[in-house]
Design a protein around this ligand. Structure first.
Ligand code: ATP
Length: 132
């Protein structure tokens, strides 16, 4: 999905910069199925946080983890788009290396989110199971 205007020069004021940044996030949200899945996971995590009444610090950890995963996916999508823009449909060993490393970065961010999830939800879930 292309952005709606044909501006090529610099942004003239903050509102214009913010509008283009939001346009970028909208494209990311609409076009990327991975992001939709991560958004759904984040929603489930937030619901779990509410149900289990996690602490303020745990909310801080969860929000940071969620934003980190979104940021990782966004940067990976940018890398994939730039590589595709440069090499098109051609197989290129350097393109593979760049895309695989970028996917590796998403994997690392996802592992950080899993660790954060275990830190936040591990103790209350354990307590819940023990009380049964
Ligand atoms: N032009 C290319 N040259 C060589 N290998 C490529 C090329 N494009 C993609 N690949 C290989 O295919 C894999 C998948 O690439 P693709 O761009 O389809 O990512 P994707 O599966 O859509 O990733 P995501 O799920 O994050 O959107 C890459 O990790 C890379 O190994």
């Amino acid at each position: 999905m292309a952005l709606p205007d044909k501006q090529v020069g610099k942004n003239k004021h903050f509102i214009q910069s913010a509008r283009h940044a939001l346009d970028g996030l909208k494209v990311f949200f609409v076009d990327e199925n991975n992001f939709k899945r991560e958004f759904l996971s984040a929603t489930l995590v937030i619901v779990a946080g509410v149900v289990l009444q996690v602490s303020a610090f745990s909310w801080f950890v969860l929000v940071l983890a969620i934003l980190l995963v979104f940021l990782g996916e966004l940067l990976n999508t940018i890398v994939e788009n730039v590589v595709d823009f440069i090499v098109g449909d051609q197989y290129d060993a350097r393109a593979k290396k760049i895309k695989d490393m970028s996917a590796g970065a998403v994997l690392i961010v996802s592992l950080i989110a899993v660790v954060a999830g275990i830190y936040v939800f591990g103790p209350p879930l354990l307590a819940l199971f023990r009380s049964w």
